[in-house]
Design a protein around this ligand. Structure first.
Ligand SMILES: O=C(O)C(=O)C[C@]1(C(=O)O)C=C[C@@H](O)C=C1
Length: 277
């Protein structure tokens, strides 16, 4: 059976996103778990045909690790999936004041700031996934706690302390992308979004970025998001990740991209729809 790579072990939000993808897409896929987002990327096109990674969260913004790996890789985004995200806190001490150490995933931390700010002089241990935080606290060491996905509270556990909801917002969501080695066919009845990266050419000159954006606005192409990532080679040099509404094969978009390409190196990450659309 075809494999789909996801961040694991079991219990992550990535796993929930992957299960939703399998269900809605109606594909026969077996989930393979990898402990880091980088390893998920490595598996695609090797042991796995597809992979799912988080890219953006309501409270904590874009997942920088995913953006950097998209720069290095040559995969296509073929779908996006949005799922609700809520966290709980569990610990092996009855009193919150006794807790000395908290395990928290690197992206989760920015989604539970208000709760974590209540602790003074606490040691925060950063993990790669929420399931890693869960398995650390499950070892039962006294005075240790963890922020875990709320759905894991339902699994049988012996924690001395459980605080049901510690997320900064009840409307919190994470957007995941499905990555593949090859792109899907364009289906005219679907609503698409196209992601590109401006790799070079955003020179330190007046108006360069505005010229790029102008190509979209003059053709009435809706800009969904624009963010920058450092090139890591020189201070002040950035790559731009741009999302626009529509498919890259639509005439207006093709023309706009052709014009932008005249002065810039453009990488197309893919045209894709929201799962279920
Ligand atoms: O560790 C998990 O549960 C994940 O799926 C990863 C991840 C992320 O890195 O953004 C996904 C959703 C949540 O926003 C927090 C963590």
């Amino acid at each position: 059976m075809d494999q789909i790579a996801t961040l694991g072990a079991m219990g992550t939000f990535s796993e929930i996103a992957t299960k939703k993808y399998i269900e809605v897409s109606n594909k026969k896929l077996e989930i393979s778990y990898y402990p880091t987002i980088r390893q998920v990327f490595k598996a695609i096109g090797q042991e796995c045909n597809l992979g799912i990674v988080p890219i953006e969260n309501t409270l904590d913004g874009f997942v920088q690790r995913t953006l950097d790996l998209l720069l290095e890789s040559d995969f296509y985004i073929v779908n996006e999936i949005i799922i609700p995200i809520q966290f709980s806190f569990v610990a092996n001490s009855q009193n919150i004041s006794d807790i000395e150490k908290i395990y928290v995933q690197f992206k989760t931390r920015g989604q539970c700031y208000n709760f974590l700010d209540e602790f003074n002089q606490i040691k925060l241990i950063t993990t790669e996934s929420n399931s890693e935080s869960f398995s650390q606290v499950k070892k039962g060491h006294i005075a240790e706690g963890a922020i875990i996905p709320r759905h894991l509270l339902d699994t049988k556990n012996d924690f001395s302390l459980c605080i049901d909801n510690v997320t900064d917002s009840e409307h919190n969501q994470t957007r995941f992308i499905v990555l593949a080695k090859s792109k899907d066919d364009y289906e005219i009845d679907k609503t698409y979004k196209t992601s590109i990266i401006i790799l070079e050419g955003v020179a330190d000159q007046a108006g360069v970025l505005s010229k790029i954006l102008n190509e979209f606005s003059t053709k009435n192409i809706n800009l969904k998001s624009i963010i920058s990532r450092p090139t890591k080679q020189e201070l002040g040099k950035y790559y731009f990740f741009i999302d626009i509404e529509g498919h890259k094969d639509e005439e207006e978009i093709r023309e706009a991209l052709d014009k932008i390409r005249k002065n810039n190196l453009v990488k197309i990450l893919g045209s894709y729809s929201l799962l279920g659309d």
